[in-house]
Write a protein that binds this ligand. Structure first.
Ligand code: HAM
Length: 425
């Protein structure tokens, strides 16, 4: 046999049918919670202008500097496979004049994102996110609603021990003062900074706070904290968000070093963590981005959102031994014996499917024993057997696969009988 020539691209993977129920579990749980809370689905193209991301996510972030899949199309246009969803959705909000709709506009998405990162468990070059964006709402309740919705999703997925970390990183009014204090502190301690962080200090100092470098970590223990530099408006906003969370008894940890890896954030930032260790422990995160829409050419518009990695949630669910809810529909297996039964079986499968009864079968191969063994493997509760005698008498044999009991049914009654047995209304 020829050697297989093609494999998935490094860092990308297939979702095979046996894995799909996990993805479906996470996506449908999320979608249900989002739709119930008044979010409408949005989907943007996978390709966007390069400038959209560099302008919004920011030069000096890992995503922009190292991780974008950039390509030039045949018209010499520079395009990027989206590394995240927020910038494209902000663009769509402006492009479709959603500012004239009743505000806020609440959108959710389930999309693939592309980041040229170092692949490992929980980190892929194409990963899938579920996300929420609330655009046109400046109030702390919007931040809190996004957080509580995500919290509800993780609870419904039965994810154990999810923790929430939260911080406020101020806005255009107070961030410059904080930035100066940060730069002063890091410059004083520059010798202890890891090489990459010295470069970050020059280019985008806030990113040093994300550093995973051991030597940098040491000086981060005394670094100035954003919360001490917030202006009154930012302080009030943050207190407002926490009040809603406290009122609902949603546990959180204040993490003064949390800044998140994208530059568009203002005020609230938050991140959910699972039990798994390391840099891939972040299940999802988000925050407010009141400056982003203006940065990409719109009117000043407040917004807040979240995105979470689907693969990481699945890894966490599997590690915790959470069982998938049984999502398999009950199906009947149609087996046939001999030539005249072949057409009758094919016709019956079609009638069952027309009648909305899930049905499978392999009508023109294998003996009856092999067919029943296959039905067994598929875990179907019922099988229908059609042989020559049944064709002649216009009947079928209905076999209970759990105990082997068989009964004869009239062919004309089969669809109605199965609809009733499967509680199809
Ligand atoms: P992010 O933190 O860059 O935020 O990504 C959100 C989540 O996507 C992460 O917490 C993680 O679970 C997952 N993720 C990120 N990169 C990878 C990867 N390479 N492999 C697997 N999973 C990954 C955003 O993207 C923002 N757009 C979130 C947001 C929405 N902020 C406001 N609105």
């Amino acid at each position: 046999m020829a050697k297989q020539q093609f494999q998935t691209v490094r860092g990308m993977y297939d979702i095979t049918p046996d894995r799909w129920p996990w993805f479906n579990f996470v996506m449908s749980t999320f979608e249900h919670a989002a739709v119930s809370a008044g979010f409408g689905r949005v989907e943007t193209p996978s390709l966007e202008d390069e400038g959209l991301f560099s302008r919004s996510i920011g030069e000096g972030t890992d995503v922009i500097d190292k991780e974008m899949y950039t390509l030039t199309d045949r018209g010499d246009k520079k395009l990027v496979l989206r590394p995240e969803g927020t910038a494209g959705i902000a663009r769509a909000y402006l492009e479709h004049g959603m500012g004239s709709l009743p505000q806020p506009v609440k959108m959710y998405y389930i999309e693939s994102m592309f980041r040229y990162d170092r692949p490992q468990e929980g980190r892929y070059r194409e990963h899938r996110q579920v996300g929420l964006e609330v655009i046109g709402d400046a109030s702390p309740s919007a931040d809190a609603q996004v957080i509580t919705l995500v919290n509800r999703v993780y609870r419904r997925l039965r994810l154990p021990n999810v923790t929430l970390q939260i911080n406020s990183i101020g806005d255009a009014a107070c961030r410059p003062k904080y930035r100066k204090a940060l730069v002063d502190y890091l410059t004083t301690n520059e010798k202890q900074l890891a090489e990459v962080d010295r470069a970050r200090l020059a280019k985008n100092p806030l990113r040093v706070l994300d550093s995973k470098e051991a030597s940098t970590q040491v000086i981060l223990s005394d670094v100035p904290q954003t919360l001490n530099y917030l202006c009154d408006a930012c302080q009030q906003h943050f207190a407002g968000v926490l009040e809603y969370l406290d009122d609902l008894g949603i546990a959180y940890e204040l993490n003064p070093l949390l800044v998140r890896g994208l530059d568009y954030y203002t005020r609230t930032v938050f991140e959910f963590y699972g039990e798994r260790e390391g840099a891939q422990a972040s299940l999802g995160g988000g925050g407010r981005y009141d400056g982003l829409l203006e940065q990409i050419g719109g009117q000043p518009t407040s917004a807040v959102g979240f995105a979470g990695g689907i693969e990481r949630v699945i890894l966490e669910l599997e590690a915790a031994g959470v069982a998938l809810p049984d999502g398999q529909p009950k199906r009947v297996y149609v087996a046939s014996l001999g030539e005249p039964a072949r057409l009758a079986a094919f016709r019956l499968i079609e009638s069952l499917l027309d009648g909305d009864v899930p049905a499978v079968g392999a009508v023109d191969r294998d003996g009856i024993g092999a067919q029943l063994a296959r039905a067994d493997k598929l875990g179907v509760p019922l099988a229908i057997i059609i042989g020559q005698k049944e064709v002649r008498e216009e009947t079928v044999l209905l076999r209970d696969m759990t105990n082997g009991a068989q009964e004869t049914l009239s062919l004309s009654d089969v669809v109605a009988e199965l609809r009733s047995r499967f509680n199809i209304v």
